[in-house]
Design a protein around this ligand. Structure first.
Ligand SMILES: NC(=O)c1ccc[n+]([C@@H]2O[C@H](COP(=O)([O-])OP(=O)(O)OC[C@H]3O[C@@H](n4cnc5c(N)ncnc54)[C@H](OP(=O)(O)O)[C@@H]3O)[C@@H](O)[C@H]2O)c1
Length: 299
């Protein structure tokens, strides 16, 4: 509670000054020369500041979805449109949040939660109108894909490939979220609910990560012309697990790339490939959502 505080500048916040404040004091207080409100929480800001859109970007937490879930609920209840890059609230309570947004007649957008800057969700929702999507299978976690790629191309053991991913800033100090398949599962839940209209939460998925994949498994797959990838699948059930796919398969992307394949009844199979994460890329998705909200309400 000691560190609670918020900056409020009606004319708009100077981002350089904000960053400098954080650097100087470790908080937004800075040198004390601007409108810093000691003790003010994010929920206070959401409720008290007059605004049209709330952008939620706190860290993803998958047990209770907090603090993002409370922020999103408060914002939707207060009649704000919400843009969320945080997967936690959606993995835990997406159907309820969609319902809350609908009830309050506001827009809830979350393009950045799946695919970073690659427009996966709205591509499937809007550009494939008229075609039925029969199934979705995807590589949605760059860290796991990087590790499996390195194990395959350089014969590195998982521990070494993981250490390299951590050194390059791809993997967290605690990589369970990526390697355990939970990040892929969150993104699959969000995609399935948004695109296929399911009502899944992360608890509905069978999840197996890549921790059990050995260099021998990868060699054996290669001898058959295959690679091992961490794949999320919906269509006849929903699951995340390592799978063997042919090297020629469109999902066989290397490094930190993401790929998602939509199997449709009339447009055939369509695969999107792109950078699945990155601050700048994810910020581009927030801007996209903001423009869409502006366009929707400017009519
Ligand atoms: N970066 C990406 O490539 C990417 C891609 C897709 C989705 N996302 C998601 O987008 C979100 C943000 O990612 P990021 O990379 O920007 O994370 P980050 O660097 O860890 O930033 C999180 C921010 O949330 C603030 N915060 C933490 N707890 C808070 C609380 N209780 N109340 C208010 N603010 C709080 C932190 O403030 P302090 O600095 O003061 O702790 C920090 O500014 C995450 O949920 C992530 O999973 C990120």
């Amino acid at each position: 509670m000691d560190n609670l505080g918020a900056v409020m500048v009606p004319e708009g916040i100077d981002i350089q000054r904000l960053l400098e404040s954080k650097r100087l004091s470790g908080t937004l207080r800075g040198d004390g020369s601007w409108e810093y409100h000691e003790g003010m929480s994010a929920i206070d800001v959401i409720n008290e500041v007059e605004c049209e859109v709330v952008i939620e970007t706190t860290p993803t937490e998958l047990k209770r979805g907090e603090p993002g879930l409370s922020h999103v609920k408060a914002a939707l209840t207060a009649g704000r449109h919400v843009i969320c890059t945080n997967k936690g609230p959606l993995a835990i309570a997406m159907p309820a949040l969609m319902e809350l947004a609908h009830h309050n007649d506001v827009v809830f957008k979350f393009s950045g939660t799946v695919g970073g800057g690659t427009p996966v969700l709205d591509f499937a929702k809007k550009c494939l109108e008229g075609s039925r999507i029969k199934s979705i299978c995807a590589i949605l976690n760059g860290t796991s894909n990087y590790i499996l790629s390195k194990m395959g191309s350089e014969g590195k053991p998982m521990k070494e490939a993981l250490a390299e991913a951590q050194k390059l800033g791809y993997a967290e100090a605690d990589p369970t979220y990526d390697i355990g398949g939970f990040d892929t599962a969150c993104k699959l839940v969000i995609t399935s609910n948004y695109v296929l209209g399911t009502s899944l939460s992360i608890k509905d998925l069978a999840i197996t990560g890549i921790a059990g994949v050995t260099p021998e498994d990868i060699k054996k797959a290669a001898s058959k012309g295959n690679v091992i990838k961490l794949i999320g699948r919906v269509g006849g059930g929903a699951k995340v697990s390592p799978e063997e796919i042919p090297v020629t398969h469109p999902l066989n992307v290397s490094g930190t790339f993401n790929a998602i394949l939509f199997e449709t009844d009339s447009a055939g199979d369509i695969t999107l490939v792109g950078k699945g994460a990155g601050g700048r890329e994810t910020a581009s998705s927030v801007l996209r959502d903001l423009i869409e909200i502006r366009r929707t309400f400017a009519r």
